[in-house]
Design a protein around this ligand. Structure first.
Ligand code: NI
Length: 174
């Protein structure tokens, strides 16, 4: 289908609370999902939320096989997740470096719950329910934040750990 333009931080669509998807199994929905995977693949992203390509609906895609942007990341199944809900399990919170296609070239250290249960639907209306932790849990939380108009820089606790990727990781100093 098509690689779409990814909106960058500052675009007002990225601040909106996205609308639920009401109709499954539709050609426009399938086309949107295809465009999202095409766009994510072209950018080597781990995930993408529909608002990032200008569609303010509650739909995210994610999945990580071998990803050059996240060489040490565990594999996350390729997933279409619509109208998602997230429930935190336990009280463990962990820090991890995040990037975002809407904040190109930057990384920040974000603290999030380690373990979650999430649910939602795929584009055919099939129910999805999973309990996950680690990188998988982080990706889902990051993508679902987009649906509530939240970008990861809003979650940073310490701006010293926010910066340009090549500066952060090519210098040995802390
Ligand atoms: Ni993002």
């Amino acid at each position: 289908m098509a690689v779409r333009t990814v909106l960058r931080m500052g675009n007002p669509i990225l601040r909106q609370v996205a609308e639920p998807v009401l109709h499954f199994n539709s050609k426009p929905l399938d086309a949107l999902v295809t465009d999202m995977f095409d766009t994510m693949a072209q950018q080597n992203g781990a995930g993408l939320a529909a608002p990032q390509i200008g569609e303010s609906v509650r739909l995210v895609v994610f999945g990580v096989g071998e990803n050059p942007r996240y060489p040490e990341a565990e594999v996350v199944p390729v997933t279409v997740l619509i109208n998602p809900e997230i429930e935190v399990i336990g009280d463990e919170v962990v820090g991890g470096w995040e990037g975002c296609l809407s904040v190109p070239g930057m990384r920040g250290l974000v603290y999030r719950p380690e373990r979650i249960r999430y649910s939602g639907y795929d584009q055919t209306g099939q129910r999805i329910e999973r309990e996950v932790d680690g990188f998988h849990a982080r990706v889902v939380q990051h993508e679902c934040d987009h649906l509530d108009g939240i970008l990861y820089p809003q979650r940073l606790k310490d701006l010293r750990y926010f910066g340009f990727e090549d500066e952060l990781f090519n210098n040995s100093d802390d």
